[in-house]
Design a protein around this ligand. Structure first.
Ligand code: HEM
Length: 524
């Protein structure tokens, strides 16, 4: 099967989206009620909230199955509801034509309704009583620290080197890849998504909160998964008391995670004040970036509960999409015929990654900075994985009268209207991406490098993702290490695409993908 047939046939597996559409219908009633409250209820002190119905309308517009009758009906109902409530919402499909406006006329957009709504609904952080300007000042200060540590290339490379991604402690860690000598050929079988999520988690968390965190919170990853399954409902404003067992489990998991992250802050403070640290925990390796944020929270007099919620939201932003993208990247690298061999050749000839002559070999050099610059196929495959799996929708509240022109349509926006921009809508446009349904690993290669071209997976304007350098380099580094050290095949035969499940920035696989992983030997 060639890569074209492979990718096209797999996309058809995504039919479970119809189930989601029916479920969304039920949710619509709940959401309409929430919207009425938002429309006629009191505006919170930090500014207006993003109405859940705006999110739903944008999500249905961005959905690849939006031509179905159910979807059209839902969109029509939402349109009518918005007209009834005098809520003005424009959906702009072509990012590339309007992106300059986001940089040049930044003041015409208010980004805070999205951030404060998500902090409240998904992460449970209530800023009741905190005035809008204080909230904005705090967010700005916080974002500056995040950007300094997660955007700056040399800072990111130094951090990732501390994470020791290439060493066998990470990739052949007994917790991650238990290379049990009892198995013939040292093969392990695992669910690829869980395995990579665990690996990514075990690299990132100690880098942020020190090694003590994972030892003290062995169920953190399980809580992470329980919470993760409920984020769509939470984002839509479903009240946390709704008695659905899995939903309640997710809320409890969120409380556990927030509590454990608050505890790191409390222990660090005890240590800095020369007091006895709870449980005698070692907090000496809590990262500088976390410590700097703690100072910012203290400067604003935030409570420990607030801090736990905000830190959890950052941890989520830092990990969730990265884990999901890593899964697809590894999946395509190993499943697209011939790609793995080409990538191995490129890594060897670029000198960005070297392995020892031991058996099994170890990584002796991993130049994280060089991977994106000297390995165009590796980077292009990363970008192509992004192109086929990324579906973010950006929401802004418009504060000034504005006309947007995307080359096809004009959008007249007045103060108070809502704007959503979906990066997903152009990903299958053949005038931008020829043969859009095929996974073409070298699509983004340009001479000796690979570039994003019109792909905008990190958002737009001044609120573009503050962790994009970190995310890109981390994913490239983990993938390069796996390419060098491991062979992976799908358990039970030929590679089968697991299908896509919509509803997240990076699409989730619709079914589990069990794989067999074998550590490469010297002469493989
Ligand atoms: C593959 C991984 C990631 C993807 C796809 C992703 C995507 C995005 C997108 C689409 C936005 C919204 C931008 C906008 O509204 O214009 C965003 C915002 C943000 N991301 Fe990421 N992100 C990723 C990883 C990370 C990481 C590793 C961090 C680490 C700190 C991070 C921190 C943030 C923060 C703090 C914001 C809010 C920025 C602001 O409001 O100024 N993200 N991200």
């Amino acid at each position: 099967m060639n890569s074209a047939e492979f990718y096209t046939s797999m996309k058809m597996l995504d039919m479970e989206v119809y189930g989601l559409l029916s479920a969304a219908f039920v949710g619509l009633v709940l959401v309409a009620a929430t919207s009425l409250v938002l429309r006629y209820g009191q505006t919170p002190s930090t500014g207006p909230w993003l109405p859940p119905t705006i999110m739903l309308e944008a999500a249905f517009a961005a959905d690849r199955y939006s031509s179905s009758i159910v979807s059209s009906l839902i969109r029509f109902t939402l349109r009518r509801l918005h007209a009834l409530l005098s809520i003005h919402h424009e959906i702009v499909p072509d990012v590339s034509q309007v992106e300059k406006v986001f940089f040049k006329q930044n003041d015409a957009f208010d980004v805070h309704p999205m951030g404060s709504s998500m902090l409240r609904r998904i992460f449970g952080c209530d800023f009741k009583g905190i005035a809008r300007d204080k909230y904005v000042e705090m967010v700005d200060g916080f974002m500056k620290i995040v950007a300094r540590d997660f955007l700056n290339e040399s800072a990111v490379i130094a951090t990732l080197h501390r994470g020791d991604i290439g060493s066998k402690q990470q990739l052949a860690n007994t917790k991650m890849l238990p290379l049990d000598p009892a198995y013939p050929g040292h093969v392990v079988e695992a669910d690829l998504e869980s395995l990579l999520r665990g690996l990514s988690f075990h690299i990132s968390i100690p880098l942020l909160y020190g090694n003590d965190y994972l030892e003290r919170n062995p169920s953190a990853l399980w809580d992470w998964d329980c919470f993760g399954e409920q984020t769509a409902l939470l984002a839509l404003g479903v009240p946390t008391w709704v008695p659905i067992p899995s939903f309640q489990r997710g809320i409890a998991a969120r409380d556990m995670l927030v509590g454990s992250i608050s505890a790191v802050y409390r222990r660090t403070k005890q240590y800095n004040n020369g007091e006895a640290v709870d449980h005698g925990a070692d907090v000496t390796d809590v990262s500088e970036t976390a410590l700097d944020r703690y100072k910012e929270y203290d400067r604003h007099g935030l409570s420990i509960e607030h801090i736990g919620h905000i830190e959890f939201s950052l941890l989520w932003a830092q990990n969730k999409n990265t884990q999901q993208l890593l899964f697809w990247y590894i999946f395509y690298i190993y499943s697209v015929p011939g790609l793995l061999d080409s990538l191995r050749q490129e890594l060897t000839s670029s000198g960005a990654l070297l392995i020892s002559a031991d058996d099994p070999p170890r990584i002796t050099k991993l130049d994280i900075g060089a991977l994106g610059k000297q390995c165009p196929l590796l980077k292009s495959t990363f970008l192509e994985s992004f192109r086929v799996t990324e579906e973010s929708i950006l929401f802004r509240r418009v504060t000034e009268k504005l006309t947007l022109d995307d080359g096809k349509d004009q959008y007249q926006l007045r103060p108070g209207s809502w704007l959503s921009v979906s990066t997903a809508l152009t990903r299958h446009d053949s005038s931008i991406y020829p043969r859009p349904l095929e996974f073409l690993p070298d699509r983004f290669v340009e001479a000796s490098t690979a570039s994003y071209k019109t792909l905008r997976p990190w958002g737009l304007g001044l609120t573009m993702c503050k962790g994009r350098t970190f995310a890109e380099k981390k994913v490239l580094a983990i993938a390069a290490s796996m390419i060098a050290l491991c062979d992976i095949e799908q358990a039970g035969g030929e590679w089968q695409h697991p299908g896509f499940r919509t509803g997240a920035t990076i699409l989730a696989p619709a079914s589990k993908l069990r794989v067999r992983i074998k550590r490469r030997r010297r002469f493989d």
